[in-house]
Design a protein around this ligand. Structure first.
Ligand code: PEP
Ligand code: CO
Length: 462
């Protein structure tokens, strides 16, 4: 599979090393009080097995290259932040169920294979808007994700502990192991979509439409099998890839490895790392780190990114215009996508750069309610996504994927959706430690909305 991809010129990485980021300004990293303990944790990580392999990474890169050509659609989703406590059988399998159901809706509606990427098995470090938090006159470091510290407001909990990186590696490995075992064992088998039903949603407003679709797919599968005279190959397993924001560079560095019979370096902590909006400075440590790894990578684009800055970031991150290498995830808000997105699309198109455009309709649309909940309105999420499809169509570019925060748990964190959750509902099951997530019904509604929008645009294009 790797032979289909052009090699990165050795010169491009000659001045790069897994730790060359250390010479650059690094934002959003914790201050570890004990440098020796940090070095010990890194050494321990260097000795542990990787979480993914280079051939899986290159297979994903090939799939993303196909998505760039319009032959696949990317579905990337999961928690805003995983927590160590949620590394449980039911949380992991429920999240997988939602992603599988959404991908089924997308495959059926878009008539395209879906690249499935979870925000899991490593999404344990978070960027924050302030370094500290003050409550009743006491100031402590902010919570930066379970890989760094703990959310409780005490000095002990909030002190960054490098051993948490080792625990995050172990939790990620347990998550991966369970996901791989479920999939290998037939959990994702298209003959048994009933495995993916979530107990709490039997009477969901959208269940009827979904069940009709499942019925139609079952008929199609049986029809193909009758034609083929046996089981259709590959229908009983799907590929699942992992992603996280590669924010905590000491951890990422320790999992960056060379492998036999491959040139260059791979981040083997995840298939598909991304650069967050707050750490996308051209001369910053994160861009320096990402430039040298061979994984497919993504870059989040917020409303402050300008055209020149974007083109220079593309030059640094994908100098050879390698297929499958770079995705751009725009998260601009329902209110400003109309103004901000067209110039970015025009510039990338004018320069003829190869990227996968992905819409994150979550992170531009976060707000606080009067009673203090951080939430997102389903209508804003829907609006940003629908506008994204229209703007790409008008520019002659293609929206090739979505990036969502969602969970299979019965939470009430985002307002609206088919069940019309209100501010009062938020009190009932608000569980996220960071950003509000779509629950199952809201996530499935987004998948159906993508299909509807895609169909409308295809009909309009004749
Ligand atoms: C996130 O994806 O959780 C996140 C913090 O996103 P962004 O960098 O786009 O704000
Ligand atoms: Co988030």
């Amino acid at each position: 599979m790797s032979s289909a991809l052009p090699l990165i010129r050795p010169s491009a990485a000659a001045d790069w090393a897994p730790d060359s980021w250390r010479a650059r300004p690094a934002l959003q990293l914790p201050q570890y009080p004990d440098a020796a303990a940090l070095a010990r944790a890194q050494e321990e990580l260097r000795g542990l097995p990787p979480l993914v392999t280079s051939w899986e990474i290159l297979a994903l890169k090939q799939q993303i290259a196909e998505a760039q050509e319009g032959r696949r659609f990317l579905l990337q989703g999961g928690d805003c932040a995983e927590s160590f406590a949620d590394c449980t059988s039911s949380v992991i399998s429920n999240r997988l169920k939602v992603l599988l159901q959404m991908s089924l809706v997308l495959v059926h509606g878009l008539k395209l294979p879906v690249v499935r990427v979870g925000r899991f098995a490593g999404q344990y470090a978070k960027p924050r808007s302030a370094d500290t938090e003050t409550i009743d006159g006491v100031t402590l470091p902010c919570y930066r994700g379970d890989m760094v510290n703990a959310p409780e407001f005490s000095a002990a909990a909030r002190t960054p502990d490098p051993q948490r990186m080792v625990r995050a590696h172990a939790r990620s490995a347990m998550t991966m192991n369970f996901v791989r075992a479920l999939i290998d064992g037939g959990f994702a088998d298209l003959h048994h979509p009933e495995y993916w039903d979530l107990a709490w949603v039997r009477h969901a407003p959208l269940a009827h439409e979904y069940q009709r679709m499942v019925g139609a797919i079952g008929d199609a599968v049986r029809f193909m099998e009758t034609l083929a005279g046996g089981q259709v190959h590959n229908i009983n397993r799907v590929d699942f890839y992992t992603s996280h924001e590669a924010l905590l560079l000491p951890y990422e560095e320790a999992l960056t490895r060379q492998v036999p019979r491959q040139h260059g370096w791979f981040n083997l902590s995840t298939h598909y790392p991304w650069i967050g909006m707050r750490t996308a400075a051209l001369d910053g440590a994160h861009v320096e780190y990402f430039r040298g790894i061979r994984n497919p990578i993504a870059l989040k684009l917020g409303p402050s990114v300008g055209v020149d800055q974007l083109l220079r970031l593309i030059d640094v991150l994908n100098p050879d215009d390698e297929p499958g290498r770079l995705a751009l995830i725009h998260r601009l808000s329902a209110a400003s996508i109309g103004e901000k997105l067209p110039p970015l699309l025009e510039a990338v198109k004018r320069e003829g750069r190869r990227v996968l455009w992905v819409c994150d309709p979550m992170h531009g649309n976060t707000e606080s309610t009067r009673n203090g909940y951080k939430t997102r309105r389903f209508d804003n999420i829907r609006s940003e996504l629908e506008q994204a499809f229209d703007i790409h169509a008008a520019c002659g570019t293609r929206l090739g994927g979505v990036h969502l925060e969602l969970t299979g748990e019965n939470v009430t964190e985002c307002l609206g959706g088919a069940r019309e959750l209100t501010e009062l509902d938020l009190q009932r099951a608000y569980r996220t430690t960071v950003d509000p997530r779509l629950n199952y019904e809201q996530a499935l509604e987004i998948a159906m909305l993508i299909v509807r929008k895609h169909g409308q645009l295809a009909a309009a294009a004749g």
